[in-house]
Ligand binder design. Structure first.
Ligand code: NAD
Length: 276
């Protein structure tokens, strides 16, 4: 299918790698003009060069600065004349329990993963109101609702992002601005491969082996590829989802429906109640 985003102007944060780069590619295929932002200009430019000339504008910026958030929104207005879609995708995921994690690290994760989307929405919403509406898509995580050991800051930032999205959907629905959250489970991107490198080493296997272990109890038994997340982001950006706001979509291969007690029983080769 193509043309589902014809005439729309979108701003995607963290657009130089992983999910953000795939969202940009899919948005352009569907007819949108896209501004991609992130901290590393060379990666953003590589994405832009891989797409048709004139469809993508690159803007280097940090989502945790309000000045830079406003400059990113201005870049979209300059490039496309308006802003229809904001995808808050930039994020980081360093680990560390409450006692271990340095306070500065906690603050940085909250600044990028939670305050970043707040600043981007604060900069974008006045223009969306003037434009008669818009769609905001916030990328949270399965970790917002199911916990991974030693990830308190990441989990808190992503759980907070669900609350922030719902509050925004409530306050700006009357202006025809929709806000929805997508919670991916593991997706094969730089972020996941980096997180799995240690597991692969300790299991004496490669990334593929580590991912098999990681997804052993996930109903679909594998991580997603980025394009399996992009489909719903295109849908939420498009007018096909025009009555959808305040929702949280789990794209996790079924991970969030699994009871860990049942998974432990089945990993011992048993069924619940003792039968094989
Ligand atoms: P990634 O590391 O490839 O992408 C994150 C992007 O955010 C990078 O391009 C990075 O440069 C950018 N970024 C980081 N800090 C920034 C800042 N201060 N300002 C601007 N840009 C900044 O990882 P990804 O897997 O593509 O992750 C994209 C989003 O999806 C993240 O929010 C992540 O938490 C979420 N997510 C990923 C997975 C997964 O398994 N890959 C699972 C659940 C949720």
């Amino acid at each position: 299918m193509s043309g589902r985003l014809n005439g729309k102007v979108a701003l995607i944060t963290g657009g130089g790698t992983g999910l953000g780069a795939d969202f940009a590619r899919r948005f352009v295929e569907e007819g949108a003009k896209v501004v991609i932002t992130g901290r590393r200009r060379e990666l953003l430019e590589k994405v832009a060069e891989s797409l048709p000339a004139g469809t993508v504008f690159v803007f280097q910026g940090d989502v945790s600065s309000f000045e830079q958030a406003k400059a990113m929104v201005d870049a979209a207005l300059m490039f496309g004349g308006k802003l229809d879609v904001l995808v808050n995708n930039a994020g980081i995921d360093p680990a560390g329990t409450v006692v271990e994690i340095p306070i500065e690290q906690w603050q940085k994760i909250i600044d990028i993963n939670l305050t970043g989307p707040f600043l981007m929405m604060k900069a974008a919403i006045p223009h969306m109101i003037k434009n008669g509406g818009g769609s905001i898509i916030n990328i949270a995580s399965l970790a917002a609702v199911r916990n991974i050991p030693a990830m308190p800051a990441y989990s808190a930032s992503k759980a907070g992002l669900i609350g922030l999205t719902q509050a925004t959907a409530l306050d700006y629905g009357p202006y025809n601005i929709r806000a929805n959250v997508v919670c991916p489970g593991p997706v094969r991107t730089e972020m996941l491969e980096h997180s799995m490198a240690g597991l692969a080493q300790s299991l004496n296997t490669d990334i593929g082996g580590a991912l098999n272990t990681l997804t052993r109890f996930v109903p679909l038994r594998r991580p997603a590829t980025p394009d399996e997340i992009s489909g719903i982001v295109v849908f939420l950006a498009s007018d096909e989802s025009s009555f959808m706001t305040g929702t949280t979509s789990m794209l996790d291969g079924g991970a969030s429906i699994v009871d860990p007690c049942g998974a432990a029983v089945s990993s011992a080769g048993m069924n619940w109640g003792g039968g094989k």
